[in-house]
Design a protein around this ligand. Structure first.
Ligand SMILES: Cc1cc2nc3c(=O)[nH]c(=O)nc-3n(C[C@H](O)[C@H](O)[C@H](O)COP(=O)(O)OP(=O)(O)OC[C@H]3O[C@@H](n4cnc5c(N)ncnc54)[C@H](O)[C@@H]3O)c2cc1C
Length: 382
């Protein structure tokens, strides 16, 4: 398969590399330490056009292919995982529901500012009692005064509580009562809407720069034009959006694995024990060779899923396979890279420790790896 980029896509990946090395790598570690979302960096990425990666120019984006987006992510995530996580959540799940399912008025009103990088997008699916089981959400929207009254609560929502956030695109039940086959719909709720509030920023073991919070909806009224797409197909819309999100998490995982490989290799070459660099010990060499090999395997799965999307083919199973493999490789590789560093790798001042902390969530977000197994097994006919 051919995963080559066009000349302009190659230029854009080069721009990402330069911005990542000059700005993100130097400024993001402080934000991680302070557990602060670096919206200054995200605004600058917006000014460069990077926040509208997957949105066509017609709506303010730059219309990058999914393969190009994966290649760009490899550069951004190499520098810092929290910035990359916020960026990818915005580019995929935070923006795509409006592009894929919104009407032109909604795209003009909400998608264009997202794609032009003036505001940050958020995707509200998970609830305290419904994570993997998305059908179990209880946030409800009922018809009221010519619009919709929304009540409920969302958990772990990224990008909704920063000074750059516009609000959230959320999923709510619309079907009546405790029916057997509920219906769901997608709504936009803007920041400042009466009854919409956010909890404090949550404290994770990694992705410390990512802004993730609980969101509360107490008698939030929105007019009809806040309903996105088919009022009965919201769940399907959210699940389709997550397919792209999984390619994105796989790409984020690739970038983390490359980062820890680079760090471990450099450290192994300069750390001397028993009179020679530890890179001369076969045990260390085999670890590095294994990481490089597994990374390459994950890379092929991820680019293949991206390429299938770009060529209009089904990619549900392949996106799940890419996410499953790449996130497993990332968490394992991060652990091996810390091992190669020995004690210094355990200390939070060392970059490899930060990547180690950032790795675990890759197996949880946008569908846990157990759920990726379920998706793949179903696709196999189970
Ligand atoms: C940092 C962070 C950012 C996030 N950002 C967002 C966001 O922006 N928007 C959003 O909507 N959500 C977000 N999430 C939520 C995330 O998508 C959920 O945490 C994830 O889907 C798992 O749901 P849960 O935490 O409720 O776990 P649960 O669903 O309760 O799962 C607990 C365990 O049970 C397993 N399990 C559940 N069902 C099955 C099954 N059928 N078969 C086998 N095993 C099963 C799971 O795999 C897991 O190991 C974020 C989470 C984190 C940690």
């Amino acid at each position: 398969m051919d995963f080559s980029l066009t000349e302009s896509e190659g230029d854009l990946v080069g721009l990402c590399r330069e911005f990542a090395q000059k700005e993100i790598a130097t400024r993001a570690p402080a934000a991680w330490e302070e557990a602060r979302c670096p919206t200054d960096l995200l605004r600058e990425m917006g000014a460069l056009g990077l926040l509208g990666m997957l949105i066509p120019e017609e709506w303010g984006g730059i219309g990058m292919s999914t393969v190009g987006f994966v290649a760009a992510m490899e550069q951004i995530g190499l520098a810092d995982q929290s910035v990359a996580a916020a960026w990818q959540a915005h580019v995929t799940i935070g923006s795509l529901p409006l592009y894929l399912f919104g009407d032109d008025a909604q795209r003009e009103r909400w998608l264009r500012p997202l794609a032009e990088g003036r505001v940050l997008g958020a995707f509200g699916l998970t609830e305290p009692d419904a994570g993997s089981d998305a059908r179990g959400i209880t946030t409800r929207a009922v018809r009221r005064d010519g619009g919709w009254l929304i009540n409920g609560r969302k958990a772990f929502i990224s990008n909704a509580g920063t000074d750059m956030s516009f609000g959230v695109t959320l999923l709510a039940r619309t079907g009546p009562g405790e029916e057997e086959r509920p219906t769901y719909a997608t709504f936009v709720v803007e920041k400042g809407t009466p009854g919409f509030t956010a909890g404090p920023k949550l404290r994770g073991i990694g992705w410390k720069g990512l802004d993730t919070r609980e969101l509360f909806f107490d008698d939030v009224w929105v007019s009809d034009d806040h309903l996105v797409g088919d009022p009965a197909m919201g769940l399907g819309q959210f699940l389709r959006t997550l397919e792209v999100g999984r390619i994105s998490i796989a790409a984020l995982s690739l970038s983390l694995t490359q980062a820890v490989l680079d760090l471990a290799l450099a450290y192994a070459k300069q750390r001397v024990q028993f009179g020679r660099p530890i890179s001369e010990f076969q045990a260390i060499q085999f670890k590095l060779a294994d990481i490089a090999t597994e990374l390459e395997a994950a890379r092929w799965l991820t680019y293949r899923a991206a390429s299938l999307r770009d060529t209009g083919q089904p990619f549900l199973k392949e996106a799940s396979m890419a996410k499953l493999k790449a996130s497993r490789v990332a968490t394992w590789a991060a652990s091996e890279a810390v091992q190669i560093h020995g004690g210094i790798g355990y200390m939070l001042d060392s970059p490899v420790a930060r990547f180690y902390c950032d790795a675990k969530v890759l197996e949880i977000g946008e569908g846990t790896n157990e759920i990726q197994h379920v998706v793949i097994a179903r696709a196999l006919g189970c």
